[in-house]
Design a protein around this ligand. Structure first.
Ligand code: SAM
Ligand code: SF4
Length: 331
């Protein structure tokens, strides 16, 4: 296999792969899934651990250094820590991370750490029980916080981030509690703007609470100072001027970072997506199961990556969301 790094037609090098390990989830967050009735993929259609490992090895040989495991909820996939162990051994990977809703972290934290997970993001939209329930449709805040604490007992997992989706009419009230949380714990808090990837298709531009609005709410109480932006970083990160920690804002809608995007995604059934908002995907599972060689798969991957979208068009007239919603893509 050639060792030329993966690049797209706009000159961007691709080094970050998000792998969805399942489309299933034990939560039903309003901005992601419908309250009921999301059909799951048949198990036979979902990539096996061995298939995921084969593809991750291929991507690593093409220059992917960072892999984030996501879903759906990755921890509902049976034996998930075993997959982490398999991927931690892949040559060339520098960073193996996880995004989870945290519900099963109390059960799995030790095993995940032993298997080699490096960094973890836990999604929490409110630190108040009733408001957490309102968004996730599950009364599980205490369980999630216990999971976070179980993970925090492992200093080798660093950083542990807490990600909150920011929605107008809801998250304004969350700004200060999360800022206080960031100031009083070692967790790194990030607000993420609501994107048009909800299954209910209720997203509207005026439902987006921008990172800048949240930043100014926080700044009025706890003055902030922007930190230099790291390459490919999606978050604008600010430190509290009094030195007590930092807080970040990921602003894909109000301040897109497409120009610097180095990401691609693999869905649970083995489709390659070159943008969260892609309308086109490239199937890797069928060629894989039909016995394609690494060289043949490499060609398919290179061609798909070459066509990676220049930018998303969320703010443009005529934008249509992709057919898949967030849990089926792998956020
Ligand atoms: N179930 C895991 C979790 O919630 O962390 C992993 C998958 S979830 C799809 C990944 C991330 O996408 C979560 O942080 C979630 O809050 C975020 N997300 C889901 N739908 C979103 C939307 N419409 N806009 C912005 N972020 C969204
Ligand atoms: Fe499940 Fe994560 Fe989507 Fe919430 S955001 S419904 S936890 S996949």
């Amino acid at each position: 296999m050639s060792q030329d790094p993966l690049r797209d037609a706009h000159g961007r090098l691709i080094s970050d792969l998000r792998v969805s390990v399942t489309d299933r989830c034990n939560f039903r967050c309003q901005y992601c899934m419908p309250a009921e009735g999301m059909p799951w993929l048949d198990r036979a259609d979902v990539l096996s651990f061995e298939e995921i490992k084969r593809l991750v090895r291929l991507f690593a040989a093409l220059g992917v250094t960072d892999v984030r495991l996501t879903g759906g909820e990755p921890l509902v996939r049976r034996d998930f820590p075993r997959l982490v162990g398999m991927l931690a051994a892949v040559e060339g990977l520098e960073d193996l991370s996880l995004t989870t809703n945290g519900y099963l972290l109390e059960r799995d934290a030790d095993e995940l750490v032993a298997a080699g997970i490096g960094r973890v993001n836990v999604s929490i939209d409110s630190l108040q029980r009733d408001r957490f329930f309102q968004i996730t449709r599950r009364d599980s805040l205490a369980q999630v916080l216990r999971g976070l604490e179980a993970l925090a007992r492992h200093p080798e997992v660093h950083p542990i981030k807490v990600n909150a989706v920011a929605m107008r009419g809801f998250s304004e009230e969350e700004a200060i509690p999360f800022a206080d949380f960031a100031r009083s714990t070692a967790f790194q808090v990030r607000f993420i703007e609501f994107m048009p990837l909800d299954a209910d298709r209720e997203w509207a531009s005026d439902a987006v609470l921008s990172g800048e609005e949240l930043r100014s709410i926080v700044d009025a109480v706890h003055p902030l100072e922007e930190r230099p932006r790291e390459p490919h970083a999606t978050a604008r990160v600010y430190r509290f001027r009094d030195g007590r920690g930092e807080i970040g804002f990921v602003n894909p809608v109000s301040d897109p970072f497409c120009g610097d995007c180095n990401r691609i995604r693999l869905t649970a059934e083995g489709r390659l997506r070159t943008c969260l908002f892609s309308h086109h995907e490239t199937d890797l599972r069928d060629p894989l199961r039909a016995g394609a060689s690494d060289g043949e798969l490499e060609l398919v991957v290179r061609e798909a990556v070459w066509r990676k979208e220049l930018k998303h068009r969320v703010n443009e007239p005529g934008f249509t969301p992709p057919p898949r919603s967030m849990s089926a893509i792998g956020g």
